[in-house]
Design a protein around this ligand. Structure first.
Ligand code: AMP
Length: 561
C-alpha cells in the first residue's frame, strides 16, 4: 500500500497551526553547487584529461568552473533556453565536463549519447530528444556526417577541439569548441531554479523496441552525488584520485564526475583510450587510488599485469558493475594486487547506484571465504534506494538467500516515468519500479542477481542462473569470456548451452568444462553442450548481448536431444 502523502495545505489542517514546515533555508539542490564548491574550496585540485585529437591536458577545478560558465554564456548566445536538450557525443574529457556543467547549469538538459549505438538508434534518440545542438568529439565527426541530414532538430554542431585541430567536414553550422569558449568572458552567474528541473537525459540501450529516455533532475543527481561521496559507498573524498573509466554517456559515469567535483578529488579522464597498457600507465603516473569500470575492462588490465609482472601501486579500490563480477576477478585483485573490489549494481534508471558490496556489521566476523561469497553478490542497498524482491503475484519474498523473484526498487534517484511517457505507467501499485532483474536477498541484506528476467533458463520448471554458470566458467584459465543461454530441449523445455571464447593458445572441451564446474554449481545446472566462438556479441554498454547470441544459435539443437 502507498503511504499517505500530505500536501502543505493539508498539513496546516492536520496541525491546526500555521507553521508545520521546517524553517531552514530553501537552497535548491542544483548541480552547479558542486562546481561552486570545487572552485572555492579546491581551486587548484587537478583534472587530467587525455584528448581525442591526441595529447594530454591538465588544469584544475577553478579553470573548469570558469570554462563551464563560458560554455553557458555561449549556449545562451546561440539561443539555448531552459529545458532545451543539448546532445553530447563525447569521451570522458575535461571539455565534456565543462559542457555537462555548462548545459545543465544554465537550465538546459545535457543529453549524453552513447556513440556505440547503431546509426538508426542515434538518429532515433536525437530526434526523440529534440536535441537543438550537438557537441561532438573529433572521433565522431565521420559518424555524424553520415546521418546529419536525418537529424531534424540539431541547429549547430560544436566540434570539441581547438582551431588547429578542426577537421574538414561536410557538416553545416559547425563551430570550433575552443572558439566558442574563447568568445566569452566567464562573467556569468548560475541561474537558480526549481531543483526538480531536468538536468540530464540518458537513453537505455533497450534490447527490444526503441531506446527509452531517463530524465534526471538536479535534485536526483545532487542526492546521488552525496551518496557517492559517502564512506559506506564509493567514499570519494578530497584525497582520492579517481579514474572513471566508465563513460559519461553510460549512466553519468556512475556519478563519479559530479562526486569528484563535490569532494575535490583529483580527476583522471582517459578520453578515448581504453587499452590496458595506457590505463595502467595513467593509474601509475597519475597516482590513481580508485577507478570504476565494467568487468571486461578489468579483465584486460589483469591480463596485462599478469603478462608484464607489473603492479598497481597506489590503487586501493576498484568499483566494478554493469555486469556480474566473477569470483576469480575479485580474488586476483585482492590477493595478488591488494586492491579491494567494490561490487556495484545499478542501472540507467537508478542514476545508477542502487547497491554496493561494502562490508556491514553482520558479515564482519565471517570467514574470508564466506566474505568472498558475499562479495560476488551485487551488494546491499544504499541509503536512499529501497529494494525488495517480489514473485509473479506481486508478493514480497523473504530475505532468506534463496527466494528468487523480480528485483523492485524505489527512491529519489529512481525513475518515475520515461521521457515523453514512453512505456506508460512503469511503477506497480505500491510505487515500485521493476528492474527486469531476477534476484534474491540474503539474511545479511545483500542482493544477488541471478539473471535478467528474459535471460533466465527454465529447465523442467526450475530456474538455472546463467550468470552463476558464466562466472564459474571464466575462472578457468582457458576461458576468456563465457555466456550461457537457454536452448529448447524436448524433455526439459530448456537446457543451458555454454558459449565461450578461449584464451589465446588455450583449449577446453565440454567434458573438461563440466568437470571444472562440478562442485561450483548444482549438478543439474551443468551445460548440455559447449560451443566455441571467436567473439561474443556485445551491447552498446559492453554487456554480452544474449538476444544476439540467441539469434546466432536459434537453429542449434543439443546432440542427444
Ligand atoms: P544499464 O542501464 O545499461 O546500466 O544496465 C543495467 C543492468 O545491468 C541491470 O539491470 C543489470 O541487469 C545489469 N547489471 C548492472 N550491474 C550488475 C552487476 N553488478 N551484476 C549483474 N548485472 C548487473
Amino acid at each position: 500500500m502507498r503511504s499517505q502523502t500530505y500536501s502543505h495545505s493539508q498539513l496546516k489542517c492536520v496541525s491546526g497551526r500555521d507553521i508545520v514546515l521546517g524553517q531552514m533555508q530553501d537552497w535548491p539542490l542544483l548541480i552547479t553547487k558542486f562546481l561552486d564548491h570545487g572552485e572555492i574550496n579546491h581551486p587548484n585540485r587537478e583534472i587530467f584529461s587525455m584528448l581525442p585529437e591526441g595529447g594530454e591536458f591538465r588544469y584544475n577545478y577553478a579553470a573548469l568552473a570558469l570554462r563551464a560558465r563560458k560554455c553557458a554564456q555561449g549556449l545562451e548566445r546561440l539561443g539555448i533556453k531552459l529545458g532545451d536538450r543539448v546532445g553530447t557525443l563525447a569521451w570522458n574529457t575535461h571539455r565534456h565536463m565543462e559542457i555537462w556543467y555548462g548545459v545543465s547549469g544554465m537550465g538546459a538538459v545535457t543529453h549524453t549519447i552513447n556513440p556505440r549505438l547503431f546509426p538508426e538508434q542515434l538518429i532515433y534518440i536525437m530526434n526523440h530528444a529534440e536535441d537543438r545542438l550537438l557537441f561532438l568529439d573529433i572521433t565522431f565527426v565521420p559518424l555524424i556526417e553520415k546521418i546529419a541530414d536525418e537529424l531534424n532538430t540539431v541547429e549547430h554542431f560544436v566540434i570539441m577541439v581547438g582551431k588547429e585541430d578542426m577537421p574538414k567536414t561536410s557538416l553545416k553550422n559547425v563551430i570550433c569548441y575552443e572558439d566558442f569558449i574563447e568568445a566569452e568572458d566567464g562573467d556569468y552567474t548560475w541561474p537558480t531554479f526549481d531543483e526538480n528541473t531536468a538536468c540530464g537525459l540518458c537513453y537505455t540501450s533497450g534490447t527490444t523496441g526503441n531506446p527509452k529516455g531517463v530524465l534526471y533532475s538536479h535534485r536526483s543527481n545532487f542526492l546521488h552525488t552525496l551518496l557517492a561521496t559517502s564512506g559506506d559507498t564509493l567514499g570519494i573524498n578530497a584525497l582520492t584520485t579517481i579514474l572513471p573509466i566508465v563513460p559519461m554517456f553510460h549512466a553519468n559515469a556512475w556519478g563519479v564526475p559530479y562526486a569528484a567535483t563535490a569532494s575535490g578529488a583529483k580527476l583522471v579522464l582517459n578520453g578515448p583510450v581504453h587499452d590496458p597498457e595506457t590505463l595502467h600507465m595513467l593509474i601509475e603516473r597519475e597516482g590513481v587510488t580508485m577507478a570504476a569500470a565494467v568487468p571486461t575492462v578489468w579483465m584486460g588490465l589483469l591480463k596485462f599485469l599478469k603478462a608484464t609482472g607489473k603492479n598497481c601501486c597506489k590503487l586501493k579500490m576498484v568499483t566494478i558493475g554493469g555486469s556480474a563480477v566473477p569470483r576469480s576477478m575479485i580474488k586476483t585483485f585482492q590477493d595478488d594486487y591488494g586492491v579491494r573490489v567494490n561490487h556495484a549494481w545499478g542501472m540507467t534508471e537508478s542514476s545508477p547506484l542502487g547497491s554496493l558490496g561494502s562490508e556491514n556489521g553482520a558479515i564482519q566476523n565471517l570467514s574470508e571465504e564466506a566474505k568472498l561469497d558475499i562479495q560476488c553478490k551485487q551488494g546491499r542497498p544504499v541509503m536512499g534506494v529501497e529494494m525488495c524482491v517480489k514473485n509473479d503475484d506481486g508478493e514480497m519474498l523473504p530475505r532468506d538467500g534463496e527466494s528468487s523473484g523480480r528485483l523492485m526498487i524505489k527512491g529519489p534517484w529512481v525513475i518515475d516515468k520515461y521521457f515523453k511517457a514512453d512505456g506508460g505507467e512503469i511503477l506497480d501499485e505500491d510505487g515500485w519500479f521493476d528492474t527486469g532483474d531476477v534476484s534474491c536477498m540474503d539474511q545479511y541484506g545483500y542482493m544477488q542477481i541471478t539473471d535478467r528476467a528474459k535471460d533466465v533458463i527454465k529447465s523442467g520448471g526450475e530456474w538455472i542462473s546463467s550468470i552463476d554458470l558464466e562466472n564459474a566458467a571464466v575462472g578457468h584459465p582457458a576461458v576468456a569470456e563465457a555466456a550461457v543461454i537457454g536452448v529448447y530441449h524436448p524433455k526439459w523445455d530448456e537446457r543451458p548451452l555454454m558459449v565461450i571464447v578461449e584464451e589465446e593458445g588455450e583449449s577446453i572441451d565440454h567434458a573438461e568444462m563440466n568437470a571444472y564446474l562440478t562442485g561450483k554449481v548444482a549438478k543439474w545446472w551443468l551445460p548440455d553442450d559447449l560451443q566455441k566462438v571467436d567473439d561474443l556479441p556485445h551491447t552498446a554498454t559492453g554487456k554480452i548481448s544474449k538476444k544476439d547470441l540467441r539469434d546466432v544459435f536459434k537453429d542449434y539443437r543439443f546432440p542427444d536431444a
